[in-house]
Ligand binder design. Structure first.
Ligand code: NAD
Ligand code: ZN
Ligand code: ZN
Length: 337
């Protein structure tokens, strides 16, 4: 099968012909129809986090396709079903985190396109218990971004605790951000979208943002404070500066949700103001299988819009550059059929 492979961090990905996986007990092999490009894939392929991906690696954790083969003992899906293969590729199911609804914190988890091979390939192998069922009528190219960008920001809005009277600032209107703002609206919040690119702010308006701020022209901290300050600031921009501004934009009692994972792994916070203003700071990592099912269901009920452009896997290296240069409208999706 054709796959994009990283053999060395920071080197360009290679398109290679590699053996097609076969499913073991409890596993499925999925014929990939669509696979989204998450900014995490760039971090993973460069080895720029404290935790490194396996090498060689087939990246990709927004894979959607048809179950081509199911191994022995698979009962939750069958051959011919459309499923998605998310970042949370496996969790133990028995630890305190798993049994208390926090499987995303399981210490024995496996991550698709990071610690196990992912969906930048014609076929991907997955633990059947961790694939999501794509509802009938949902386009695989739309289901792909929901598989990570969607579930991650849906969960971040939950973790941040948005309620109907809240002002929510979303920093970074990319793959994650364009969905984050829609989930914040669904939760009833009033949304301020912040980015550096006008086209992204135009899109944010179309998707329901109440206010937009271009941080190259206007100080987002000042602009958001003028609106009363944010009850929640969700940072999905790959920039420590955006994190600092997101913190600065909060009103007293506000919550900063950390979601983006920039290579510069530091955020400096003033202790005094954080204490006196009762600020909450919380990290949010993807979402559980239930969160994913809820996102897919919301999309099936036409409550969200996924904005994507399709690309060929052969162009993966050019796609990485496109994303980094802020030229992508929201999400790039590799298509295979
Ligand atoms: P993306 O490149 O599509 O979006 C980033 C957006 O931020 C772009 O629109 C860019 O213009 C904007 N931006 C950059 N600098 C900015 C600044 N200073 N102020 C405002 N906006 C700015 O990336 P993505 O795929 O949406 O991923 C975003 C980040 O989230 C990545 O670091 C990724 O690794 C991380 N991520 C985290 C999780 C998690 O579970 N926590 C899950 C998926 C992705
Ligand atoms: Zn992702
Ligand atoms: Zn566990």
């Amino acid at each position: 099968m054709r796959a994009a492979i990283v053999r060395q961090f920071k080197a360009p990905l290679l398109i290679e012909d590699v053996p097609k996986p076969t499913p073991g007990p409890g596993e499925v092999v999925v014929e990939i129809e669509a696979s989204g490009l998450c900014h995490t894939d760039i971090h993973a392929c460069r080895g720029e986090w404290p935790l490194k991906a396996k090498l060689p690696l087939i990246p990709g954790h927004e894979g959607v396709g048809i179950v081509e083969r199911a191994g022995p003992g698979v009962r939750n899906v069958k051959e011919g079903d459309r499923v998605c293969v998310p970042w949370l590729g496996h969790a133990c199911g028995t630890c305190e985190y798993c049994v208390s609804g926090w499987e995303t914190l399981c210490e024995a988890q496996r991550n698709t396109g990071f610690s196990v091979d992912g969906s930048y390939a014609e076929y991907a192998k997955a633990d059947a218990a961790f694939v999501g069922a794509v509802p009938a009528g949902v386009d695989p190219r739309e289901a792909a971004p929901i598989t990570c960008a969607g579930v991650t920001t849906y969960k971040a809005v939950k973790v941040a605790g948005t309620r109907s009277s809240d002002l929510v600032a979303v920093f970074g209107i990319g793959g994650l951000g364009h969905l984050a703002l829609q989930y914040a609206k669904i939760a009833g919040g009033t949304v301020v979208a912040v980015d550096l690119v006008d086209a992204k702010l135009d899109l944010a308006r179309q998707l329901g943002a109440d206010y937009v701020v271009n941080a190259t022209r206007e100080d987002p901290v000042e602009a958001i404070r003028k609106l009363g300050g944010a009850d929640q600031a969700i940072c999905v921009a790959v920039s420590p500066k955006a994190f600092a501004q997101a913190y600065g934009s909060l009103r007293r009692g506000g919550t900063l949700a950390l979601v983006a994972l920039p290579a510069e792994n530091r955020l400096e916070l003033p202790i005094f103001e954080t204490v006196l203003h009762g600020i909450h700071v919380v990290g949010s990592i993807v979402g559980t299988r239930v969160d994913l099912a809820e996102c897919l269901d919301l999309h099936a009920r036409k409550r969200t819009r996924v904005v994507y452009e399709t690309r060929r896997l052969e162009d993966v290296n050019a796609c990485f550059s496109e994303l980094e240069q802020g030229k992508v409208s929201a999400r790039l999706v590799f298509t295979f059929t």
